[in-house]
Ligand binder design. Structure first.
Ligand code: PLP
Length: 475
């Protein structure tokens, strides 16, 4: 005997029949047959299990709507825009530097049209891809030559591998950095085939420590900008010019890994000083490496500038081919470097600098402007107020310098304020354009320093759902 649930299950039409329905045809036109078939199959499997447990009848319209919703969900891009309200301007996990429109347009052109990437338009023969940015880099750094690779980790690797394969490079113990995302200088040196000779101590390294480490196998000296931490107190490090003099006395090159490598003078914009490649070269460094997507404000890239003869050797390293950048990176980098030609317009046109240089009262005014919208979105579930916060530059730049800023703090009253703040953060992350803030002092805090697209932010708030995330204060 069949029970009613079993007969309802039997009434489910076949996949073939379902795919012939008009509603299915619409979905096929939109998403293609393979995806629609997979979605219908997955929905059917779930439905069979559900109908086996009840005596509900198969609902064709409901089934098709479920398929459509599943397809729409799966068609969402995985990589998508978010609001970076973390207070960290160059947030590595959120894609670091934002680029100007000029760069976006240059990338779109390079993507959709043939370009003279490695083609010399004068001679009509093969060209060199790095030449598109070299001239501008030389102007901005005072270097003799420049070269571009995939990121600064690659730049450090390639420079070391070229200068010092199977040889020794002394580095101060105070400069053996780890950067987030698994860049550890000792590991990179090992993979580059270079023997690291540690000199000095964690807090103090002197010139005589380097002198004592020199041997016939020494191939270069290296200085690393300790970009994401500061050693304070009883400290000593050897300034670049003295280290360069020592290297040159022994006919060795000095390699400096600057990390961020801002091309303009940050003090001109009211910000703390960050060493520039020009300064490092002027102090005697023979090669300087830095990132394209940190303070420079461009695409992910590693830049190497310095002496022409050394750059030429790096260019010939077979690993250069494996680490080279593509035309999109070069297009974006060229557009960003072009902006640097005019320091007066830099802070307006370069998003990274614009965000870093924003005046605290302007940010506060924005916070006051947005407060009512946030308050009405959280209703009686939580309280929102404007708070003073400190922004960070991020991505291993100026680790101890914080910038005065303002934000909106959202907190729910109750005994478990920390857990509630984490749930509020989750509700903001679940918005169609996710809003990423941070949890601090039992509140969810949105630092508005980097908020652009204000209207879109307000529009997001309409979708805020604290209920589902379990934000229930127990007053
Ligand atoms: C960030 C950084 C790196 C790594 O640069 P990526 O561009 O992220 O690969 C290397 N060295 C220093 C000193 C840095 O600050």
């Amino acid at each position: 005997m069949l029970n009613p649930a079993a007969s309802a299950r039997r009434a489910i039409p076949s996949l073939d029949r379902l795919l012939k329905l008009d509603a299915a045809a619409d979905l096929v036109a939109r998403y293609g047959r393979p995806l629609v078939t997979d979605a219908a199959r997955a929905e059917l499997a779930g439905l069979r299990a559900a109908l086996a447990r009840s005596d509900a009848a198969f609902d064709e319209g409901g089934f098709m709507r479920a398929c459509a919703a599943r397809l729409a969900r799966e068609a969402q891009p995985s990589l998508k825009p978010v609001f970076n309200l973390t207070g960290t301007v160059l947030h590595t996990n959120l894609g670091r530097a934002l680029m100007p429109q000029e760069a976006a347009q240059a990338v779109a052109r390079a993507m959709t049209r043939p370009v003279n990437l490695e083609f010399d338009l004068d001679g009509g023969d093969r060209g060199e891809r790095d030449r598109h940015v070299e001239r501008r880099l030389l102007r901005l750094t005072g270097a003799e030559a420049a070269l571009v690779v995939n990121n600064n980790a690659a730049a450090v690797y390639l420079a070391l591998n070229t200068l010092a394969l199977r040889k020794e490079v002394p580095v101060s113990r105070g400069e053996l950095i780890e950067i987030g995302g698994a860049f550890r200088l000792p590991d990179i040196m090992a993979r580059a085939g270079v023997k690291l000779v540690e000199v000095g101590t964690t807090n103090r390294t002197h010139l005589k420590d380097y002198e004592g480490a020199l041997s016939p196998r020494t191939a270069a000296l290296m200085k690393v900008h300790t970009s994401n931490y500061a050693i304070q107190g009883f400290t000593a490090a050897v300034p670049e010019d003295r280290l360069a003099a020592l290297a040159h006395r022994h006919r060795l090159p000095l390699l400096t890994d600057l990390g961020s490598g801002m091309l303009a003078n940050l003090e001109d914009y009211g910000l703390p000083h960050e060493p520039t490649p020009r300064e490092a070269l002027a102090a005697g460094a023979d090669l300087v490496t830095f990132s394209g997507d940190k303070l420079l404000g461009g695409p992910q890239a590693g830049l190497i500038v310095g002496r022409a003869e050394l750059i030429e050797r790096i260019r010939k390293n077979p690993m250069k081919r494996a680490l080279r950048v593509d035309k999109m990176t070069l297009a974006a980098l060229e557009a960003v470097l072009e902006i640097y030609a005019d320091p007066d317009r830099l802070a307006r046109r370069l998003p990274t600098l614009k965000h870093l240089a924003r005046a605290p009262d302007e940010i506060e005014a924005q916070a006051q402007r947005l407060l009512p919208a946030v308050r009405s979105a959280v209703r009686d579930r939580a309280q929102a107020e404007v708070v003073e916060v400190k922004s960070q530059i991020g991505s291993g730049s100026l680790p101890v310098d914080l910038l005065a800023s303002h934000g909106i703090a959202v907190a729910a009253p109750g005994k478990r304020r920390n857990a509630l703040a984490a749930r509020i953060a989750a509700a903001f992350r679940a918005l169609p354009v996710p809003v990423i803030g941070r949890v601090s002092d039992s509140a969810f805090i949105m630092d508005l320093r980097c908020l652009e697209h204000e209207e879109e932010f307000v529009e997001q708030l309409r979708h805020l759902d604290l209920e589902t995330k379990g934000v229930i204060g127990d007053e």
